[in-house]
Ligand binder design. Structure first.
Ligand SMILES: [Zn+2]
Length: 302
């Protein structure tokens, strides 16, 4: 029996401007043959917990313990990491490299979290792709991740063009992902916030998923069925201003509860923000400035 091995490489693609994009990849070839999984960290380069967890997964996993193959993309969007760029678009070259890294795998974990200006209550997106078997496996992966809150996300077509150019509420209009293209289960942990480098929740969750799927020796911790987020509200600013929230992520708020206000420089209240329904604060902008139609807070019914 082999002891397995690790290898590293950069995937590369030329850009139309004559430059080159790179994606650092580590492959852990397990001691025993088996399935393959791809773990992406840092599709958004200011979401650090997933980058830390991905790097640690590659660094600390002993191939002798692995059955099958674990492909790890340490920093999927290198430019956004190195340039501290929030909400960076996934350029076509990056999407193409992600497809290459995931092709041949039976599972995908795509680590996300709060960007530099965001607080985030941990949850995991389970992608619905219209294939019941794959969705059931994705739900099993989501449960094994251990954060206890799941968002079911399904591709629903493209959003209508927004004349303001504002970022649409992405979960209402999830793009087709690798899971749709490859027809395999994918989960997106949303763990970590505002520069948080604590990888414990993300790393432990990924390791438990790897145990659940048989890549690492078990037993996996068997968590209770997670709560599924029902209705959700994405609250935005109706004009440019300075944002003063009075709640934080993880709080349960009542219908009509005051969540914060947008003021001008001199203290005039431009917008008073209240909870439209009883819900949990999942994600919010912690940065002071907000543009018209810019994100303030989202709350979800649990
Ligand atoms: Zn992200």
């Amino acid at each position: 029996m082999s002891a397995g091995r690790k290898e590293t490489c950069f995937l590369t693609r030329p850009t139309p401007e004559g430059g080159e994009r790179r994606m650092p990849i580590g492959v852990i070839h397990g001691a025993r043959p088996g399935e393959r999984i791809t773990v992406f960290g840092g599709q958004h380069g200011t979401e650090y917990a997933g980058i830390e967890a991905s790097m640690r997964l590659f660094r600390e996993t002993d191939p002798a313990d692995v059955t099958g193959t674990i492909v790890v993309s340490m920093a999927t969007h290198v430019e956004s990491l190195m340039n501290w760029e929030q909400f960076a678009p996934t350029y076509p070259e990056i999407a193409d490299m992600m497809l290459e890294a995931a092709t041949g795998s039976q599972y995908i974990i795509n680590c996300h979290g709060g960007e530099f200006t965001e607080l985030m209550h941990p949850y995991v997106i389970c992608r619905l792709i219209g294939n019941e078997a794959a969705e059931a496996v994705a739900m099993r992966m989501a449960r094994a991740l251990g954060v206890g809150i799941v968002s079911l996300s399904k591709y629903r077509g493209e959003p209508p063009p927004d004349p303001s150019g504002a970022r649409p509420a992405w979960w209402l209009w999830p793009k087709k992902g690798l899971c749709d293209k490859l027809g395999i289960p994918e989960i997106t942990p949303e763990i970590g916030e505002v520069g948080d480098r604590d990888d414990k929740l993300m790393y432990d969750g990924i390791v438990n998923v790897l145990k659940e799927l048989g890549f690492l020796p078990g037993p996996a911790i068997q968590f209770a069925e997670p709560a599924v987020i029902g209705d959700r509200w994405w609250l935005t600013a109706n004009q440019e201003g300075i944002w003063f929230p009075v709640v934080t992520t993880g709080e349960d708020v009542e219908k009509g509860q005051f969540l914060g206000e947008v003021r001008d420089f001199f203290g005039t209240v431009l917008q008073r923000v209240e909870a439209p329904e009883r819900a949990k604060v999942m994600n919010m902008n912690i940065g002071m400035p907000v543009k018209k139609d810019g994100f303030l807070i989202w709350i979800g019914q649990l």
